[in-house]
Design a protein around this ligand. Structure first.
Ligand code: PLP
Length: 390
């Protein structure tokens, strides 16, 4: 097919999202057991919604805010970064963004020149791959070590560095594998960045969701990384605020003005009503985070138990964080994960995400989300047991 002359090469190089494709296909099927979205199913806590309503009623949200975000919110963010991430920050180092995703995009736009390489431990969140391509950079996917719970392959990353490498970008806890990169591994990654003058861009969307004594570590807490790290955070997962589109990034104060040059033409500022909601989220009780974490942990255990009974179909690494896992499909039909997932949807009414969405090393896998009610997990696995085991 001839390429559409109207469309830029950047856009043409980006594949359509399999997640959205599965969602579209799922809509045609009645009573689907839905394990394909990484979206919290809980509603935003009441006190956060009330703060937003009050901000609207008080006439605070009709205009733009400062491009970097309202000062009061940035002040709360620096307290949180100190308390939970061990990052010493100043308000001049914070940019409030439209979710983590806009922060990541703005960071990449500010760093990457045409053809610059960005190393992504793979499989990884597919949006990261698209963000590099839309900035005219080149994603370099370096496989993680699946047999060791998808840990970083530090030697492979070191060997992948070339004169064109500009940055390393990762999410931990990981979407799609649920891996929590260890402090030890991340310190090695920091060494690679410092030795080679590379930036590290982090996506810490699932920072609070770790299990089994695994702990989240922020690479920006290493003082030597001050000039080399851009760390992106979000309210989406921690406070069930997906639709509010609000997050923030932390970077060296000399870099923030450049990141703002990308942020402003796309956004001007983050939605002001959501900034007030985010302020209430940080100032109010943090109990919802604990409650969500408890639910995900228990849902993870249910999912792992149910997967154990399908041991001839799937092999999995136990997720230690996030609310996602990435089993390998042992059947030969799994070689084409898109076909496999579409068939599973059509014939067993279970919606999952094909692993290839997360880079070529994701082929032969599927992604399952456990941020759903446990009944949904059981319904999906009852159907899969019937489908595979008869
Ligand atoms: C790793 C990761 N980063 C970012 C996001 C989206 O974050 P936000 O809603 O803050 O843009 C998601 C959503 O699924 C995610 O899995």
């Amino acid at each position: 097919m001839k390429e559409d002359w109207r469309v830029s090469n950047r856009a043409l190089h980006i594949k359509n999202s399999a997640i959205h494709e599965m969602t579209r296909l799922s809509k045609d099927i009645e009573d689907v057991a839905f394990l394909s979205w990484a979206k919290p199913t809980s509603d935003t806590p009441e006190h956060i919604k009330e703060a937003a309503i009050n901000a609207i009623t008080d006439g605070l949200v009709g205009g733009y805010s400062e491009n970097s975000g309202i000062l009061e919110l940035r002040k709360e963010i620096i307290k949180k970064l100190k308390r939970d991430n061990n990052i010493e920050a100043d308000v001049s180092q914070i940019l409030v963004t439209i979710g983590a995703v806009e922060g990541l995009s703005s960071a990449i736009m500010a760093l990457v020149n045409l053809g610059d390489e960005v190393i992504l431990p793979s499989p990884t969140y597919s949006t990261h791959i698209r963000q590099v391509i839309i900035a005219s950079g080149k994603p370099i996917l370096i496989p993680t070590i699946e047999e060791e719970e998808f840990v970083l392959d530090i030697d492979a990353i070191r060997n992948a560095v070339t004169p064109k490498t500009k940055a390393i970008m990762y999410c931990s806890p990981s979407n799609p594998t649920g891996t929590v990169f260890s402090e030890k591994n991340l310190r090695c990654l920091a060494d690679i960045a410092l030795e080679n003058n590379l930036m590290v861009i982090t996506d810490e969307a699932y920072e609070y969701f770790t299990y089994d004594d695994y702990e989240h570590f922020s690479i920006a807490s290493i003082p030597e990384m001050k000039r080399n790290a851009i760390s992106c955070f979000t309210f989406t997962k921690s406070y069930a605020m997906t639709g509010w589109r609000i997050g923030y990034l932390h970077a060296d104060e000399t870099l923030i003005p450049h990141i703002k040059k990308a942020h402003m033409p796309f956004a001007i500022c983050a939605p002001v009503v959501s900034q007030y909601a985010a302020l209430a989220a940080l100032q109010g009780s943090q109990d919802c985070i604990l409650k969500f974490r408890e639910h995900y942990l228990s849902a993870r255990d249910v999912m792992c138990e149910r997967l154990d009974t399908l041991g001839s179909i799937f092999e999995y690494q136990k997720p230690r964080g996030s609310y996602l896992m990435f089993p390998k499909i042992l059947l030969k039909e799994g070689k084409d994960s898109t076909m496999f997932c579409k068939k599973l949807l059509k014939e067993a009414k279970v919606s999952t995400t094909p692993g290839v969405e997360f880079g070529p090393t994701g082929e032969n896998h599927l992604r399952l989300s456990f941020c759903v009610p446990e009944e949904m997990i059981n319904k999906a696995f009852d159907r899969m047991e019937m489908y595979f085991m008869g």
